[in-house]
Every structure is written in structure tokens, then in C-alpha cells.
Design a protein around this ligand. Sequence first.
Ligand SMILES: Nc1ncnc2c1ncn2[C@@H]1O[C@H](COP(=O)(O)OP(=O)(O)OP(=O)(O)O)[C@@H](O)[C@H]1O
Length: 315
Amino acid sequence: MTATPSPADNGNAISVRGLTKRFGSKTVVDHVDLDVRRGEIVGFLGPNGSGKTTTIRLICGLLSPDAGEGVCLGYDIRTQSALIKAETGYMTQRFSFYEDLTIRENLDFVARLYDLRPRRETVDATLDRLGLADRQHQLAGQLSGGWKQRLALAACVMHHPKLLLLDEPTAGVDPKARREFWDEIHDLAAGGLTVLVSTHYMDEAERCHRIVYIAYGTIVARGTVDEVVASSGLKTWVIRGDGSARLMAELRRLPGVEQVAPFGTDIHVVGSDAAALETAVATIARQHGLKAAPGETSLEDVFIRLMTEAQARER
Ligand SMILES: Nc1ncnc2c1ncn2[C@@H]1O[C@H](COP(=O)(O)OP(=O)(O)OP(=O)(O)O)[C@@H](O)[C@H]1O
């Protein structure tokens, strides 16, 4: 397929403005602006039902927006969805295979579907590229979660897309397989592929070049992980040595304390009023003869705060 890409993308693989989608009376994507540079890995985070999947589908033209506009890979998301799909790999939350076919047979099926030629060489190259060659004759149904996911990724990149849209690709996959999957994603991005990936995992967010946080269909934070943590204005103290429920309950009652969470035998105490937080922590530490020290605010602390704020706005 050929078409002249629009010059309006300014080097971005994705550039959308005011993207809005309603289902019935509910607005699930609400004036979303999003830019993703070519070769960038952007993490898309947010609570369940916040609009991540819907936004991804709008970007690749699987759904049409009720309002808003944009370009993806230089093509208009409203009118050129076939061209976008041809150059995009989309891994959905529940990828499926023929369980009674081997890895090779599954990939061969996908290659036929997309009329990829030369088919045999394309499948061979994909098996090699994703480290699947040694297992090519294993039945898909007998693979572990990590290998199934690798097969799904292979099926998505076999046609050499320019953009990968990954919707919670590592749900239910063990940490080692997740790490290998992310190494693969970074290799692909280093080769020029652009990746937009939705996830609920903090460690995965930290492996993205940039993150975008969406709540109730609205983007409420974006930037590098450090930028998002810094812009939250949250401070964290760590009280060492007593993670008891009683101590946590006492802390929660004090002004300046917004979040209290146990980490082993430590307690992490988080708040946005630095002075009030320090007073609260010092009071409790003194009363109980415990040590307290300033700690690092985690991305998880920031996301919990963003979620709480978004819930309060919705009420
Ligand atoms: N086809 C549809 N018809 C009606 N409502 C829908 C449809 N698709 C999604 N929704 C609703 O839109 C909202 C956003 O859903 P979406 O799947 O985009 O969220 P998400 O952020 O991807 O969630 P999760 O993290 O759980 O995958 C949800 O309330 C969902 O129930």
C-alpha cells in the first residue's frame, strides 16, 4: 500500500489532539493529547477502566473518535486506518493461538494471513530474531506463559511494523520472562521501532523512556519517571523497625500524612506538606523510640495519589 504521509507529524510516530470517545452517555477518553516520538518507548498507565485500551484503539484506527484528530505514522487516524494497521503491530491483552499447532505453524499461519513473502524465509527470520528457533516444533498449547508471550510478540513484529501497540503484554508472566520481554522491546526500539505499552507494573514503567498516566479518560501526568515523581511534590519518610498495624493507624490520624505503607518491617510515610509530614513522623518515632529518615518517593506512591485525586474530582 502506498500513500503520502502527512508532514504534520513533526517526527512523531503518534501525534493526536483532543481525542474523545464516548460509549453511550459515558466519556471514556476525554480530550487526550499525546505525542510519541519515533523510536521512543512510552508507558501508558492508569487504573482499570481509565481508557488505555480505548485510546490505543483510537490511535490505530480500530475505533473512530467522537472528537479530536491526529496522525499515526504520518497517516490520518480518522481516514487512513488501513494504512496505519499495515504498519502497526498490536498485541492485545488476550492474545490467542492455535494451541494444537506448533510455534512455527502458528507463525506460518500469520504469514499466510498477511501474505508475507517469501513466507518460509520470513518465518525463519522471525523465529531467529525472537529466539524461538530451538522451540519451533513445540505445540503452542504446551508453552509456558513467557514463551507464549514471545510467540505473540513474534506474530506482531513479523511484518516489520514501525509501531508496536502493546496492551498489558506481560500480565501473568513471571519476572524473568518479563525482564527478557523488556530487553527485546528495547532491542526493537533501538532498531527504530516506536512502542506504546500499557502496563500496571511499576518496574515496567521505569523501563520506559517516558510515561503517561491516564485517569477517567484524562491524562493527569506525563514525563520521564523522575519528572513525574518530582512534579508530584510528594515527600517520603521511612520509619524503621516497626511495621505494625497499630503504628500505621496512629500515623494515619496525624495531619500531613497522606499515605502509609508497610515495606517489610519499615513503614513508608508520604505527604505533600513537607513540614507537617516531618512533624508527624518525628512525633511517632520519638513516642515509640524508633528511627526515621527521609526516603525516596516511589512511582507507586505518586500513582496512588493521582488516582485518589482523580476519584475525588469525579465525585
Ligand atoms: N465497546 C465498549 N462499549 C461500552 N463501554 C466500553 C467499551 N469498551 C470499553 N468500554 C468502557 O470504557 C471504559 C474504559 O475502558 P478501557 O478498556 O479503555 O480501559 P483500560 O484503561 O484499558 O482498562 P484496563 O486497565 O482494565 O484494561 C471502561 O469503563 C469500559 O467498561
